[in-house]
Design a binder for this molecule. Structure first.
Ligand code: URA
Length: 243
């Protein structure tokens, strides 16, 4: 973000304080624009040119990070639903406006690669079925996999219970009697669990090993790392596969 912003809007946008609190922060000399102490909440600056308490404004160009989602937390901003993925991230990321949010969701019991960002356009682009971001899941099921499952998933005719439109063709690799790797380019509600359940195989463990170009398997569950804008651009391009 390189636009000029009023300092009170800027401090609120980047999660430091509310617009109304900004006046006191500025009066206390906590905010510098370049080398000069800021004077008024209505002064304008670019985020990358501002220091707060002697430190540059964090992530002035936006946040994109990859989290290894652990089991037991939900992808919701509502803590009534139990521990959330946002408990694992720096609190200031949530105080930003817009706040950081996940790009799509994983169920509470599901682990693996989950992107988070404060860029609403990116959320839209990478969750829209039109963009066909490939997602790979490692699946363990409770019953032996039927011999024709790869054919059924690849057929483009599998219609899930309660839906009218069949799933797009999906690739499955059989890794064992009860283990498989599935690649899908959609993100329907509980899609992987419902696909396997439709073939008589309830899922007992589900791990997303890849989202687009990104894998979180080098991170411990609960850890995250920032993704550079360059990597994000490349990931976005090759994340999308032709149907
Ligand atoms: N499919 C599911 O069933 N659950 C997830 O969390 C993701 C894909």
């Amino acid at each position: 973000m390189s636009a000029l912003l009023r300092l009170d809007a800027l401090l609120s946008r980047f999660g430091y304080c509310s617009r109304s609190e900004a006046r006191a922060w500025i009066k206390a000399g906590r905010v510098l624009v370049g080398a000069a102490v800021a004077k008024s909440p209505s002064d304008k600056a670019t985020p990358a040119n501002v220091l707060v308490d002697g430190e540059p404004v964090e992530h002035p160009h936006g946040i994109l990070a990859l989290l290894h989602k652990p089991a037991g937390c939900v992808c919701s901003h509502d803590s009534d639903e139990g521990p959330t993925i946002y408990d694992l991230l720096p609190p200031r990321w949530l105080a930003r406006n817009p706040a950081v949010t996940s790009i799509g969701r994983l169920d509470k019991d599901v682990t693996g690669a989950l992107l988070v960002t404060d860029d609403g356009e990116l959320v839209h682009r990478w969750t829209s079925p039109k963009h066909k971001v490939a997602k790979i899941y490692e699946v363990t099921v409770a019953e032996d996999l039927p011999a024709d499952i790869a054919e059924v998933f690849a057929s483009g005719t599998l219609t899930l219970e309660g839906e009218d439109k069949p799933c797009l063709p999906a690739r499955v690799e059989i890794l064992g009697a009860r283990q498989a790797r599935l690649e899908i380019i959609e993100g329907r509600y509980h899609q992987v669990k419902r696909m396997f359940a439709s073939q008589g195989c309830p899922v007992v463990r589900l791990h997303r090993s890849r989202f687009g170009d990104f894998t979180a398997d080098d991170l411990a569950p609960g850890e995250w790392r920032l993704i550079s804008p360059q990597a994000a651009g490349a990931g976005a391009t090759s994340a999308c596969r032709e149907s």
